[in-house]
Design a protein. Sequence first.
Length: 259
Amino acid sequence: MVPAIRTEKLSRQFGGKTAVDQVNLEVMPGTFYGFLGPNGAGKSTTIKMLTGLLQPSSGNMEVLGRNMLDPAASMEVKRSIGVIPENLALFDYLTAMEYLTFVGRIHGLDRDTIRQRSCEMLDLLDLEDDPKKVSNDFSHGMRKKLSLAAALIHRPSLLFLDEPFEGVDAVASRTIRELLLQFTASGGTVFLTSHVLEVVERLCTHVGIIVSGRLVAQSSLEDLVAGGRLETAFIKATGAELLEEVSAKLDWLTSEQGP
């Protein structure tokens, strides 16, 4: 079976700084893959490369079996993926329906299909209450939900989701979780970054952990946690000694003495 994502020594430098350092990823179709790491570890840079928004400095990458370094192949891949980027790029003065119509037309969908799918997703994601409201007036959570609807409208094979639950309320988060689980159950693949480890633990089948641009762990979630918790495995992979440093360095914060 051809991997949905495969990279070989994928690297990216910005000036003298290495953001992604020889990363070897392998994500099989139907996988719910959690890509984890501390802030600044290289997660968003990796997603930008895999989605064709950023060229690597070196290495190779294939998405859906196609070479992303080939411009024609990269364009073909973009027709088959959906993305929620790090920085949401919506058209501020379009309504939710107008934005989804625009995205649907870009993907070559007919108007009836766009209308049907848009109405269903706007209803499911609770974005239909004020049809004249433009996205510039949406809350951050509403913008996240609209971005998810836009990423799904063309029925992609692969979803790249950068912090999709950030700013989303508990009820909507549950709806999104169920939607994504149905997506992978039907054969779709999800590549997710999130700092909410409980969400990753609940959803993901496989996990990769990146630290300072290097992939330090990659396996099934079951093998990684080995009967324990993801939080424990994550802290171990990223530096468990930090917990002891907090206790030692901030003893004044819990001291019974005065200021």
